[in-house]
Design a protein around this ligand. Structure first.
Ligand SMILES: *Cc1c(COP(=O)(O)O)cnc(C)c1O
Length: 222
């Protein structure tokens, strides 16, 4: 792998179809590394911890679009709202309500994705496939006027077994299409799935937003 962030970014961008957005996942990487990707023309960055995002937000250019991709705690929503352009990881009705309430307080509409859990192991976060259909059909969600549900986010199992990953991505795409066809949300059109090791498969299965960290910035130092 090339050591240069802008070169890697270019190589990845070249393999991604034009309708697919790239979120450069910069968690655990320095502001300098992000600045390097920024200088190469990239603007969308993903972070998974509230404090870390805030620190970077304060020193980096203000036309960066910050996406929050980690598990979101209710008590971090107020702090994050003015900084985050898209929340990927909304995984409970409680969180939906909290984001709505906080957005209402400051008179904005928050963009978010519903996280759906299909993978066998790994994270326990996310709505189950059954749960998500109930939630989007519920009357409660229609009353939340300060959120815009823009789509869905999901992860496949962390495995080398391609058929498993493909099945899970296909399942996510199926749920996404089903919700979209219900016409509940005005602009439900983002399907965020695919990371460094599986984004090509994800795109084949219908992803239009990939979240890539390691392949751009290298191995994370925890
Ligand atoms: C860390 C992370 C990624 C990026 O993973 P890489 O394997 O480094 O590309 C993508 N999505 C989520 C939700 C993450 O937490």
């Amino acid at each position: 792998m090339d050591n240069n962030i802008s070169t890697r970014l270019q190589q990845i961008t070249a393999t991604i179809p034009s309708g697919v957005q790239l979120v450069a996942v910069s968690k655990f990487h320095s502001a300098e590394a992000i600045q390097e990707a920024y200088n190469a023309g990239h603007r969308i960055f993903g972070e998974s911890r509230a404090q870390e995002l805030k620190q970077k937000f304060e020193i980096l250019p203000n036309d960066i679009q910050w996406h929050f991709i980690g598990h979101l705690q209710s008590n971090k929503v107020r702090m994050l709202l003015p900084m985050v352009s898209l929340f990927h990881s909304i995984d409970s009705l409680h969180l939906l309500r909290t984001v709505n309430e906080e957005a209402k307080r400051v008179n904005i509409v928050a963009n978010l994705l519903l996280q759906v859990h299909v993978a066998k192991e790994e994270t326990k976060f996310g709505f189950s496939p059954d749960e998500i259909i109930d939630v989007v059909k519920s009357t409660i969600i229609k009353e939340l006027h300060n959120i815009s549900v823009r789509g869905m986010m999901g992860m496949a199992s962390n495995t080398e077994h391609t058929p498993t990953i493909t099945t899970e991505f296909e399942q996510l795409f199926y749920i996404f299409s089903e919700i979209k066809s219900l016409n509940i949300f005005q602009s439900f059109d983002i399907l965020s799935m695919g990371m460094s090791h599986d984004y090509k498969l994800a795109i084949q299965c219908g992803s239009n937003m990939v979240r890539i960290g390691t392949d751009i910035f290298g191995i994370r130092q925890y």
